[in-house]
Design a protein around this ligand. Structure first.
Ligand SMILES: NC(=O)c1ccc[n+]([C@@H]2O[C@H](COP(=O)([O-])OP(=O)(O)OC[C@H]3O[C@@H](n4cnc5c(N)ncnc54)[C@H](OP(=O)(O)O)[C@@H]3O)[C@@H](O)[C@H]2O)c1
Length: 254
């Protein structure tokens, strides 16, 4: 249950090792969040993250094995995260970028990326929503991306999965109005994390701390959509309305 000031006291992250999610958790812990569950493919590799969160003030940081691709396990794994106590906030942070050039020649790898980034969000998002509806409150943060707002040929498989996950999260949020459960979409541009290591930064590039600040501020003000940085909202509005031939040229030069 959030405290009297509305601050998150317990958080669950699906994709627990995500740099953006870890930065967000550090902010939340500094504001009073005490219980954290990290759901990750390789929970044994999160010792440093656990130490950092405990050092920042979390009293309980636990892990659970979670694979976005293993949709059959999602309901059980997620229910177990709600078994001991309420979860105020769930961040759906897992994601895979992939390399478009390799995916072009590997339909099976592209399908697996789509299963993680979209099907995994659908399955885990519904499981979290079910558990939060039952407890009567909670916020689900879904990590979307500007890549889904107008898909570029340079990463269209990833972009299409983000577009689909974003649409799903919007619908999920609408379906939960009145239930006590809120969904907040986060649409960052390029963020310097493990996911983008070694890549040429795009315009408006930012870092996990800036995304974390935007998430925490968005939670405090009950936002439905957060753009990081905010200017990307207007940039993407312009991009979305560009004729396709113009967009092909513009997106190729970014
Ligand atoms: N970085 C950016 O520029 C950017 C921009 C916009 C949106 N986003 C989105 O923000 C979210 C967080 O990304 P990030 O930048 O923080 O990248 P990150 O540090 O690479 O985090 C991604 C996380 O997803 C996990 N993951 C991948 N496949 C998984 C699976 N099948 N099951 C469970 N976990 C899985 C990874 O776990 P492993 O350690 O096991 O691989 C990793 O912890 C993603 O959804 C991403 O698409 C990122």
């Amino acid at each position: 249950m959030k405290n009297a000031l509305g601050a998150v006291q317990s958080a669950l992250v699906l994709g627990g090792g995500s740099d953006i999610a870890q930065a967000t958790l550090r902010r939340l812990v500094s504001q009073g969040c005490r219980t954290v569950v990290l759901a990750a493919r390789r929970p044994d590799e999160l010792a440093d993250e656990i130490d950092a969160l405990k050092h920042a003030g979390a009293t309980s940081v636990t892990t659970v094995a979670f694979d976005a691709l293993d949709t059959a396990s999602h309901a059980t794994v997620i229910d177990s995260c709600f078994a001991g106590s309420d979860v105020d906030l769930a961040i759906i942070a897992f994601g895979v970028l992939g390399e478009q050039a390799s995916l072009d020649d590997d339909p099976e790898a592209a399908a697996e990326l789509a299963r993680a980034n979209y099907v995994g969000v659908v399955s885990s998002g519904l499981a979290v929503a079910h558990a939060m509806r039952k407890q009567g409150h909670g916020t689900i943060v879904v990590m979307s991306s500007v890549a889904g707002e107008r898909v570029r040929k340079a990463n269209f498989v990833y972009g299409s999965t983000k577009a689909a996950a974003d649409a799903f999260a919007q619908g999920l949020g609408d379906s939960l109005v009145g239930s006590g459960v809120h969904v907040m979409l986060v649409r960052p541009g390029f963020v310097h994390t493990k996911m983008t290591a070694g890549m040429e930064p795009a315009p408006f590039a930012t870092d996990p701390d800036a995304v974390a600040d935007a998430i925490v501020n968005g939670l405090a003000s009950g936002k439905e959509v957060v753009w990081v940085p905010p200017a990307l909202r207007w940039v993407m509005t312009a991009f979305r309305h560009m004729p396709r031939p113009v967009w092909r040229r513009v997106s190729a030069s970014r």
